[in-house]
Design a protein around this ligand. Structure first.
Ligand code: HAM
Length: 414
């Protein structure tokens, strides 16, 4: 019997996991500067939460959820995204009682039954933020700026910000009629996907990759916005300009989740095969009340970490080497070996990253090991040195070696 990982899942091995740690530490660092605090919610929630939150006619709910019945006959679903769970937790824990805006972030796995390809997986990871409790367009702009800072600070180049307003449900209903009037005469020449979307969710038709040529002259939702929506969108654009965040307006941008109102945005970049969206988000003023909470507006984003890391690799971005050791203790002989056990433990207790040999190898093999680990120093412990209570400390970059007392080693290394 030979086991293999399930399609669309990945092992993240040492050597690659350091990239993840780097990206995640940037995310945490940025959140702390933007005053977002971490929230950890369950990996599974009741199926109904996602049906209501994400929307019955979305691809996610219609065909991508990992849903199962547990032993207590409850229908549960592995979270396909983070917003619904965070909003559920916000309501359940009455965070709306907080006089300040709830600014929350999360990093973790999400699950969607999608056709796996480069940049698209069945278990993937998102860095997401949700700011709940204010309609201020400055908050939309702040969330967009946070995502932009993330991509910039991890070292990605060429990430573009596209924004749109999808208005209120009333605005969308009116726009839907205008759009269908435009699309209906073309129905037969559009692809199967578009035809079915025309019936279920016409705004998403404009998202189609293959039929773009037929959408020339399609009405723009921006022309259908009411005064309030226009004012909100104008203010978001103004805030972004004030902060110096470059953005483009894409009136065809519609997101794949139903909860958005007003601002919708995406981060786009070339380099992951057919996929160009690396992250996205928007405002959701009706979601909190839709899932049983008070009328509280929110805005947030979700950034795909696999896509971020694929792009970093594609752009050959140099990342800091987070893994490495400070010193490798080379031990030769039985007594030295015994001393090495004690010594590495003592060094590690003092905050020094230390390693030793565990395979009784010769000096040359131990030195090679030190080299592979990128040790900054090697400390060679032979029986003679040991008898004098000394150790030979070598600076691997400089190449110089000196003899120090074993008891002084930690101090020397610091
Ligand atoms: P989303 O656009 O569905 O939004 O996902 C956000 C990001 O997650 C995508 O841009 C992509 O980078 C990544 N992603 C999605 N599906 C996959 C997949 N199958 N494989 C790899 N990466 C994937 C949301 O999930 C919203 N909850 C974002 C949000 C938060 N809106 C408001 N607050």
């Amino acid at each position: 019997m030979k086991f293999q990982k399930s399609p669309g899942t990945q092992d993240i091995l040492p050597g690659v996991v350091e990239r993840w740690q780097f990206v995640e530490s940037k995310a945490r660092d940025i959140c702390s500067r933007f005053n977002f605090r971490e929230i950890r919610t369950p990996l599974f929630e009741s199926t109904e939460l996602f049906q209501r939150g994400v929307g019955e006619t979305t691809d996610i709910v219609e065909k991508e959820m990992y849903t199962f019945v547990d032993r207590g006959e409850r229908s549960l679903t592995l979270r396909p995204e983070g917003t619904a769970g965070v909003v559920r937790s916000y309501v359940e824990n009455k965070l709306f009682g907080d006089p300040d805006v709830s600014k929350l972030y999360y990093i973790g796995p999400m699950f969607r039954y999608e056709r796996a390809q480069a940049g698209r997986y069945r278990q993937f990871h998102q860095f997401g933020v949700e700011a709940i409790g204010s309609v201020d367009p400055a908050l939309d702009a702040e969330v967009i700026a946070l995502g932009y800072s993330f991509y910039t600070e991890v070292g990605l180049k060429g990430v573009r910000v596209e924004i749109n307003s999808v208005g209120t449900p009333a605005v969308r209903a009116a726009f839907r009629e205008r759009l269908l009037a435009f699309l209906e005469p073309k129905r037969e020449i559009l692809c199967k996907d578009c035809q079915s979307r025309m019936d279920r969710n016409p705004l998403r038709v404009l998202d189609c990759k293959t039929d773009q040529a037929h959408f020339e002259g399609a009405p723009s939702i921006l022309d259908s916005l009411d005064e309030e929506c226009t004012a909100h969108f104008d203010k978001v654009k103004q805030c972004l300009s004030d902060m110096g965040i470059p953005f483009e307006i894409n009136h065809r941008l519609v997101r794949g989740l139903d909860y958005y109102t007003h601002t919708a945005f995406e981060y786009k970049a070339e380099g992951i095969g057919a996929i160009d969206t690396v992250g996205g988000g928007g405002r959701y003023n009706g979601l909190v009340s839709d899932i049983g909470g008070p009328e509280q507006p929110g805005v947030g984003l979700g950034l795909g970490l696999e896509r971020t890391i694929l792009l970093l690799e594609h752009q050959k971005t140099e990342l800091p080497n987070l893994h490495g050791i400070d010193v490798y203790i080379v031990a030769l002989g039985e007594a030295a070996d015994r001393e090495a056990t004690k010594l590495v433990y003592e060094l590690r207790r003092q905050g020094i990253r230390a390693e030793r040999d565990y395979q009784g190898r010769k000096m040359k093999a131990q030195l090679k090991s030190a080299d592979r680990l990128g040790a900054r120093f090697t400390a060679i412990l032979g029986d003679d040195e040991l008898a004098r209570g000394e150790i030979a400390l070598k600076d691997m970059a400089q190449g110089e070696q000196r003899i120090v007392a074993i008891s002084a080693l930690a101090g020397e290394l610091k």
